[in-house]
Design a protein around this ligand. Structure first.
Ligand code: FUB
Length: 325
């Protein structure tokens, strides 16, 4: 029976799914939402995650398995709280889990933890990745083995506070007519624990080659980047945050500049939207989350997937998440 657009697990709340295929199985690296009665705010204080559980499916019709706790914040010396959206990369026989969390000063950084198995458990490094900042790491291993890590998120994700590349607690979003802030991308060293190239901003342009403006909230970058390659072209997809779309831009270079191309996913139930895109057995799939199961509680999210289709010109068909109901 097809599991498309249905909750993949219901024993825990899960969000921000980063899906990968390892050993012909699907592995999903989500956030683990913890229920509480606190209020939502623009700082994301409601997202009080403390650990990671890796999900897996033998195939896309099989039951989704929760493989249990793979990493807890109490085992990561530099972390204070809020272990948000993670991702993983496979390199040289090991799996590297990249994750964001607040350090002891309350500043979001990226950490890395290593395992021999895709489902963990993962052993963390004692310190965060030097030079890392903000949230939502998405790793991409290119055909030549280069490992790129894209990340960044506005508001609670603190991206606007890092525009001088030192933490400025008073940093704000640009004026509406100024270019929007893009995500950043760093290139990992062979050890996968340090940057070979420190994070640089990725530019996103409109169809005329002009930067997308900060006031263009249906197209500008907010958080949740993902990178995939289709027919040799690099696709950068991301959440527009305040307007709740997943959109995408393409480039012939993984570091951009990228040109905005369109919408992938219409808004889901709940404020946040966050996704990944993966190929499995010759078809493409979008993994995403919504708050349908919890009746719209923003920090009780559930991971789902659905097929993603391309048009002949390489554009992606926009998905309406509840059209099938
Ligand atoms: O899960 C916490 C935050 O919510 C993520 O980092 C964002 O992408 C949003 O989904």
């Amino acid at each position: 029976m097809s599991k498309q657009r249905e909750p993949l697990v219901t024993n825990i709340f899960t969000a921000d799914p980063s899906a990968h295929v390892f050993n012909d199985k699907i592995y999903i690296y989500p956030s683990h939402d913890l229920p509480h009665d606190g209020e939502d705010n623009d700082n994301g204080d409601e997202y009080q995650m403390q650990d990671y559980h890796i999900l897996s499916m033998d195939n896309l019709d099989a039951d989704c398995v929760d493989n249990g706790e793979a990493l807890h914040m109490n085992d990561v010396p530099w972390v204070r709280d809020q272990m948000w959206a993670p991702d993983v990369a496979y390199k040289n026989g090991k799996y590297y889990l990249f994750f964001p969390a607040r350090d002891k000063e309350g500043i979001f950084r990226l950490g890395v933890a290593v395992s021999d198995k895709p489902e963990g458990p993962f052993k963390p490094e004692d310190n965060c990745i030097e030079g890392s900042f903000s949230i939502d790491p998405a790793s991409f291993v290119d055909d030549d083995g280069t490992v790129y890590v894209y990340n960044g998120g506005l508001w609670g994700g603190q991206l606007e506070k890092w525009q001088t590349r030192t933490f400025d607690p008073n940093g704000t979003e640009p004026d509406k007519d100024a270019p929007a802030y893009g995500p950043v991308c760093g290139i990992m060293n062979e050890d996968m624990k340090s940057y070979k190239v420190k994070p640089v901003e990725i530019k996103i342009l409109d169809e005329d080659g002009n930067p997308i403006k900060a006031g263009d909230e249906e197209r500008r970058y907010f958080e949740g980047p993902w990178m995939h390659k289709y027919n040799g072209l690099y696709y950068l997809s991301y959440s527009t945050g305040t307007t709740h779309f997943i959109v995408y831009a393409t480039s012939e270079n993984p570091m951009g500049p990228f040109t905005y191309r369109g919408k992938i996913l219409e808004p889901v139930i709940g404020w946040t939207t966050h996704h990944s895109i993966v190929e499995y057995h010759g078809k493409w799939y979008l993994f995403y989350h919504d708050c349908e199961l919890s009746g719209g509680i923003n920090h009780r999210r559930t991971v789902k997937y659905t097929e993603l289709e391309y048009n002949a010109d390489g554009t992606i068909k926009t998905i309406s998440p509840y059209d099938h109901k």
